[in-house]
Design a protein around this ligand. Structure first.
Ligand SMILES: C[S@@+](CC[C@H](N)C(=O)[O-])C[C@H]1O[C@@H](n2cnc3c(N)ncnc32)[C@H](O)[C@@H]1O
Length: 396
């Protein structure tokens, strides 16, 4: 099967799923994803090279499936863990975010996280090269993306730099699309937004990953609701050669003073509910990590000050330690969420202001705020949320 047939079949699948808008269909059929993904890592770390004749069919099949493909991995200083740092996003998620972005012909778009360059190429195919700007922290990725785009006759404006600063020399933008996750929306994205502009981003925390659409409502202010679908994007990180989103992370300690034992009525599995995850992210400050351990099946949480909690998923036994009773705070957020009738993420919204930071609200932007977030760190900064590990000692 040729790549064109594969691309058409994928576009058919995405259309049948209801993921792909007609306006984007031609771009998905005509822009060859395989040019931007010459190789990728399988989940077990095996590298699949398109140039290897023996691997060619496996490579092409994967590239034209609705899957995210890891294209770069780095070693984490300290732990030595290998962490994915770039990928080609799952096509249905890209299509969803392009729909949320409500791109119209003539719009200028800023993408944060060039990665392979495939998404920038889709945008350039539809809108024209000069309307598309994309930035990545890693100059090597930007160069590879530029070469791939040129191979198919496209030349969006690609630049290496810190994505949270935006690209002021190309502003204002009608649309800003972030394909790496952030704990708070950088105010530069709002500042660089044109009149009636829209931002789509993945706001992540220890217990949640929430796509959000923000509309510019006034100079320096953007507001909008969360989407039910999580993004689980890689973190926006400060350095190209370091996979961590926070260099301080390795220095965080566990506070083992004053361990307390109890049992809980709250099933930790409920935290996988996007609505509860979002409620916790918005109302329990400074959680930095959530981990699921395999044996025994245990859920762990850690706060910035070193306080931690561990819950046995079978017995519901809880151990907490440190200054804060982290699990009690989670229970209080869960109780609040239950009383509100277990709301979905779309009942919550976010307002970002270049002067006042960000606030999460419930139902009505002018109404009840779940919590006014006083600091940059309040939304948490887990690097390894939802990691499954056998190493129970890590949290205890
Ligand atoms: C999921 S990938 C993006 C996928 C990409 N849009 C595509 O179509 O292939 C996330 C990207 O964000 C980039 N990134 C991480 N931190 C960044 C930062 N501070 N500024 C800009 N890009 C960053 C990573 O290097 C990585 O390439």
């Amino acid at each position: 099967m040729s790549w064109q047939q594969r691309a058409r079949a994928l576009a058919d699948d995405l259309t049948a799923l209801g993921a792909l808008d007609l306006a984007w269909r031609e771009a998905f059929e005509q822009v060859p994803r395989h040019v931007f993904v010459p190789r990728f890592y399988q989940p077990d770390g095996t590298l699949i090279e398109g140039a290897d004749p023996d691997a060619r069919d496996e490579w092409l099949d994967a590239v034209y499936r609705d899957d995210s493909l890891t294209t770069q991995r780095l070693v984490e200083p300290g732990s030595g863990r290998i962490v994915p740092t770039s990928s080609s996003t799952r096509p249905s998620l890209m299509a969803l975010m392009l729909r949320m972005l409500d791109v119209r012909d003539g719009h200028s778009v800023l993408e944060i996280g060039t990665g392979t360059g495939y998404n920038a190429a889709l945008l350039a195919y539809r809108l024209g090269d000069h309307r598309v700007t994309s930035i990545d922290i890693d100059p090597d990725l930007v160069e590879a993306a530029r070469i791939a785009a040129h191979r198919i006759g496209l030349a969006p404006y690609l630049v290496a730099g810190e994505g949270d600063k935006g690209v002021p020399e190309r502003a204002p933008f009608d649309r800003v699309l972030a394909t790496c996750a952030v704990p708070t929306i950088p105010t530069q994205w709002v500042a660089q937004l044109a009149d009636r502009g829209i931002i789509v981003a993945d706001l992540r925390a220890a217990t949640s990953s929430s796509l959000v659409t923000l509309h510019r409502t006034a100079e320096g202010i953007a507001t909008g609701r969360f989407h039910p679908t999580p993004g689980y994007f890689m973190w926006l990180r400060p350095r190209a050669d370091d996979p961590r989103r926070d260099e301080q992370e390795s220095n965080f300690i566990y506070d083992h003073t004053a361990s307390r034992h109890s049992t809980t009525w709250l099933d930790p599995a409920l935290l996988a509910e996007p609505g509860l995850g979002l409620m916790v992210a918005a109302s329990v400050p400074d959680l930095i990590q959530s981990v699921t351990f395999a044996d025994p099946l245990t859920y762990g949480l850690r706060a910035r000050d070193g306080s931690w909690a561990k819950v046995d998923k079978d017995s519901n036994d809880v151990v907490q330690s440190g200054q804060r009773s982290v699990w009690n705070e989670i229970e209080a957020a869960a109780l609040h969420w239950e009383r509100l009738g277990r709301p979905e993420p779309s009942r919550f919204g976010l307002t970002v202001s270049t002067d006042n930071g960000q606030q999460v609200w419930f139902d009505d932007p002018d109404g009840h705020q779940v919590r006014v977030q006083e600091s940059e760190t309040n939304w948490g900064c887990d690097v390894r949320s939802h990691v499954v590990s056998d190493d129970v000692e890590e949290v205890g």
